[in-house]
Every structure is written in C-alpha cells, then in structure tokens.
Design a protein around this ligand. Structure first.
Ligand code: ADP
Length: 184
C-alpha cells in the first residue's frame, strides 16, 4: 500500500528490513546495543561486524541507550547506508508509559534521520516481537507518529514500514484506514 502525504511517499509492505534500499533502516534494538534476536540479530548478521563496532563505541561514550532514544551507525554491508538504532518499550500492561515511549522511539528516529539529511527510511514494527507490545495498538501509534511528523517536516521522500508477516501487514493497513478516516 502506498499513500502520498505532501511530498512524502508512505509505504506499507511485507518484507525483510535487512533487504531494503532506503538510505537508512531502523533497528528495534535493546539498550545494550550489543545485538540480540529478531530484527536486531538479522540486521547485525546481514550488515556485518562494523555495525557492532560502532555500537560499542557509542556505548563507551554515552552508556546504554535509554528507551525511546535513537542513535545512528553505518549500514556496513547492507544496501542501506545507515542504521538507526532505537529502543522500544517492553510491554508491561500499558500503564507504564509504554505508548509514549513507543511514540518517542519513532519520533526520535525520524528526527535523527532528518538531522543527518536522510531522505528515505524503513521501519520495522518496533516492540511487537520479543517486547510483546500489542500489534494493533503499536500500529496505531507508529502510523500516527509518522503521519504527524511527515506533516510537520518535509524532508523525507519516502517512509517505509516493512512488516515481517502478512498478518502484521494487515493490522497496519487496517490501522492506517482507521486513522486516515479521522479528520485531517
Ligand atoms: P522488539 O524487541 O522491539 O519487540 P523484535 O525484533 O523481537 O523487536 O520484533 C519486532 C518486529 O520485527 C516483530 O513484529 C517481528 O516479526 C519483526 N521482524 C523480525 N525480523 C524481521 C526482519 N528481518 N524484517 C522486518 N521485521 C522483522
């Protein structure tokens, strides 16, 4: 699915984020930045050791990465030149600021990309794997945050959501239909 929001193309698709040709891809990392399972493991495997090297340098400088914040490294061997690492919240029932923290993860990733002059970026569905954030609720937050950011800033040619499973794609599409039915 593709929609045009001003000068930005918003695209939802099924796929593997490690294969995307946008300038940057976003990693659903954990605070240690030392790699892990899911999308994090896949990105480090596909991108090679240089990504971890730079993550180690970042941790040496700033310590572990707080939830909701974002940092950038090279893309190593990936098609994408850069990886933006952000940390989504672990779901623990919904009353511990999870929604706001998830919003921050998307917002700060977009903001960092904008600061670095990046014009195209791919996101996975942050927090909905090992961190167990409910998919529909996460999709609404992800899409609302991205839509509002695109409306306020005009630097992206394309923002892509790369959903790993067909079911997740369907949830994101339905969430998009829901929010685009709201008053604009
Ligand atoms: P988190 O710890 O933030 O929950 P995970 O990596 O466990 O992160 O899961 C986040 C989402 O990424 C899940 O919905 C999972 O299906 C998806 N995912 C896993 N591997 C990939 C991949 N290679 N490309 C895109 N999405 C992926």
């Amino acid at each position: 699915m593709e929609v045009r929001l001003g000068s930005t193309l918003l695209r939802l698709m099924v796929g593997d984020i490690t294969q995307q040709d946008t300038e940057a891809i976003v990693n659903a990392a954990n605070s240690s930045l030392m790699g892990g399972g899911g999308v994090d493991g896949a990105i480090h495997r596909a991108g090679g050791p240089q990504i971890l090297e730079e993550c180690k340098q970042i941790v040496a400088r700033i310590g572990s990465l707080p939830t909701g914040q974002a940092v950038m490294t090279t893309g190593g061997k990936l098609k994408a030149r850069f990886v933006i690492h952000t940390v989504g919240p672990v779901w623990s029932g919904g009353n511990r600021g999870e929604d706001e923290l998830l919003r921050n993860a998307y917002y700060n990733s977009l903001s960092l990309a904008g600061d670095k002059g990046i014009r195209s970026i791919s996101f996975p569905s942050i927090s909905t794997g090992a961190y167990r954030f409910p998919m529909e609720r996460a999709a609404l937050i992800a899409l609302t945050t991205v839509r509002d950011f695109i409306r306020e800033h005009h630097f992206f040619e394309e923002v892509r959501f790369v959903l790993f499973r067909e079911d997740d794609y369907r949830v994101y599409r339905e969430a998009w239909e829901k929010i685009s039915g709201e008053t604009n």
